[in-house]
Design a protein. Structure first.
Length: 163
C-alpha cells in the first residue's frame, strides 16, 4: 500500500511538473513597451493551467489586440461593473500594465488572455515579467479580458470585485 502511494505520488509529480512545459525553461516574458502600452508577452512554455493548446503571441498580434482594446473596450465595459470607487478601465487604459498569454480554443481560434493591473499598485515591479499577477478583490485596479485573434473580438471581460 505504501509503495503504491509513493509510486502514484511520483507519477503525479512528474505529470504536473511537465504540464504545459517544453524543454526550454521559462525565465522572463518579452517586455514590449511603446508610448501607448506596457505589456509582458508570456511564451507558450510558461507554466499555466490553461487546458487548451498554448502559443507564444507575436508583437503584431499584441498590436492587433491593443487596437481592439482601445477601440472596443468602452462597448464591452458599458455596465461599469465594480468601477464605482476605482478607475473606469476604458478611460484609464493607458494606466494599466498588461500580461498576454496565448492559447488555441476547442474551435481552433487563437485567443489572447489579457491580464491587466494598475501600474502603480504593483509593489514588486519586476515580478510581473516572470509570473502572472493574480489578485482577489481590488476592484477595477485588476481585471482581465480575452481577445479572439481569429475573429478580432474582445470577450469575457472580468473585473475584480471588492472584499
Amino acid at each position: 500500500m505504501t509503495r503504491t502511494v509513493i509510486i502514484l505520488t511520483l507519477v503525479l509529480l512528474k505529470i504536473f511538473n511537465s504540464y504545459g512545459q517544453t524543454n526550454i525553461p521559462f525565465k522572463e516574458a518579452d517586455h514590449y513597451k511603446t508610448k501607448k502600452f506596457d505589456v509582458a508577452i508570456f511564451p507558450e512554455n510558461y507554466f499555466e493551467f490553461i487546458s487548451d493548446q498554448r502559443f507564444t503571441p507575436t508583437r503584431q498580434e499584441i498590436d492587433k489586440a491593443e487596437i481592439a482594446l482601445s477601440n472596443n473596450l468602452k462597448t464591452s465595459n458599458k455596465e461599469l461593473v465594480n468601477q464605482f470607487s476605482t478607475p473606469i478601465i476604458h478611460i484609464k487604459l493607458n494606466k494599466y500594465k498588461r500580461q498576454y498569454f496565448g492559447y488555441i480554443d476547442k474551435n481552433g481560434d487563437r485567443i489572447l488572455f489579457i491580464n491587466c493591473f494598475w501600474s502603480k499598485n504593483e509593489n514588486n515591479t519586476e515580478r510581473w515579467l516572470t509570473s502572472e499577477i493574480m489578485v482577489l478583490d481590488g476592484g477595477s485596479y485588476y481585471w482581465n479580458v480575452k481577445f479572439n485573434l481569429t475573429i478580432n473580438e474582445i470577450f469575457n471581460l472580468n473585473i475584480n470585485g471588492f472584499a
